[in-house]
Design a protein around this ligand. Structure first.
Ligand code: HEC
Length: 109
């Protein structure tokens, strides 16, 4: 009895994980509107938040919460792509993700 319920729990757990993955894929496949299906906030959290903070408040990197006031979208795009001498690494994100995050940051005013 004990082993059986353990086994059932394992199957249930695996089904949950698989279900979550499948759902995510479905979402991004059907969310193909307004310029791609990149979640800029998610990309930022995964690649930039360690230095710029989870709320753009800045950490070892400068605050970005009002970056759209200082820099235009293509300037931000350029910095993300090529980096900046004072410790900003270039090439962290590319393509659609880069475009989406540059646009998203340019709207932070
Ligand atoms: C390893 C830490 C680190 C990571 C990771 C990082 N940055 Fe930076 N970032 C910096 C530092 C430090 C600066 C300041 C560089 C300077 O002024 O020369 C900077 C500067 C910037 C600037 C220019 C800010 C200004 O006021 O001129 C932008 C825009 C920026 N980062 C965006 C990003 C984005 C988007 C990501 C994720 C793709 C990212 N950064 C990831 C450390 C980081």
């Amino acid at each position: 009895m004990k082993t059986k319920s353990k086994f059932a729990a394992a199957i249930f757990g695996a089904a949950l994980v698989l279900g979550a993955c499948g759902g995510g894929n479905d979402d991004s496949a059907s969310g193909d509107k307004d310029g791609g299906n990149v979640d800029a906030d998610k990309v930022y959290q995964a690649n930039c938040a360690t230095c710029h903070g989870g709320n753009l408040e800045g950490k070892n990197g400068p605050e970005l919460a009002h970056i759209g006031k200082e820099l235009k979208e293509d300037e931000i795009h350029d910095i993300i792509e090529n980096g900046k001498s004072g410790g900003m690494p270039g090439g962290l994100i590319k393509g659609e993700e880069l475009d989406a995050v540059a646009k998203w940051l340019s709207e932070k005013k």
